[in-house]
Design a protein around this ligand. Structure first.
Ligand code: IPE
Ligand code: IPE
Ligand code: MG
Length: 235
């Protein structure tokens, strides 16, 4: 058995905020609020553990279909987060990236995102990648379109298309594929997250709801990951 698998990139589907709140008779919004605090704790813990890339699913393209009230609360929370909490990460030399369909977000949010990315672009402690208005199928379609444009303009030929070239057309360009993909809250599905990138990711599902997720839970999953044998189709 291979031990001490290299763990460069962890991707997390942060699920269960609403159920966490309902269980306590609270509105869903308070689950999201607590969830946002946990993001900070887990990002800090991952950086301390020497994880180089952490990609967090914060809002999916499909989440736009939730009630107006919930979406609007999530956007308020996001504004606060971009203004406050992420600034703290900046002080800790964390590089911040966003992946997703940006055009669907309000202009002021897009501006804050672009500013944070630019201001932190040279940092190297950890890359925190936040998937916002993100959908993997949409990402793949947009990559297909970019590739087709390159052919149309004569910059590449059909034969040039390979896994590396196509990976570079995705929002995750320059980010290695996740080694470990975690989903909280007991659901066992991928929900349109990093479909291309997770081809060989190790999957971990925990029943813990995201607002209850702690660095200790994370460590247990990492310990389990270290005992796995990644074969990539070989024997
Ligand atoms: C995850 O928690 C956060 C977002 C999808 C924005 P949910 O809001 O999906 O919580 P549950 O799954 O309803 O409990
Ligand atoms: C996935 O959770 C998206 C995020 C965690 C941001 P959902 O709660 O939206 O996924 P489904 O609807 O249970 O598949
Ligand atoms: Mg959910």
């Amino acid at each position: 058995m291979t031990e001490n698998n290299e763990l460069r990139h962890i991707a997390i589907i942060m699920d269960g905020n609403g159920r966490w709140a309902s269980k306590q008779g609270l509105p869903r919004s308070l689950g999201h609020k607590k969830g946002a605090e946990v993001v900070k704790t887990i990002a800090r813990a991952a950086a301390d553990k020497g994880i180089q890339y952490l990609t967090l699913y914060a809002f999916s393209t499909e989440n736009w279909q939730r009630s107006k009230e919930e979406v609007s609360y999530l956007m308020t929370l996001l504004r606060q987060y971009l203004k406050g909490d992420l600034q703290e990460l900046k002080e800790n030399k964390v590089r911040i990236r966003f992946i997703g369909e940006r055009y669907m977000l309000d202009a002021d949010i897009r501006q804050m995102m672009a500013d944070l990315e630019q201001e932190t672009s040279a940092y190297d402690k950890m890359t925190l990648c936040i998937a916002l208005s993100y959908g993997s199928r949409q990402e793949i379609i947009s990559a297909v379109k970019k590739t087709a444009e390159l052919i149309k303009s004569g910059n590449i030929s059909l034969e040039d298309i390979d896994i590396n070239l196509f990976s570079d057309m995705l929002y995750t360009k320059d980010i290695p594929d996740p080694d470990l993909l975690i989903r909280t809250s007991g659901e066992k599905r991928i929900s349109n997250y990093l479909l291309w990138q997770s081809a060989y990711s190790e999957l971990a599902f925990t029943d813990v709801l995201w607002p209850d997720f702690t660095p200790e839970h994370l460590q247990k999953i990492i310990d389990d990951f270290k005992t796995r044998e990644r074969r990539y189709g070989k024997v």
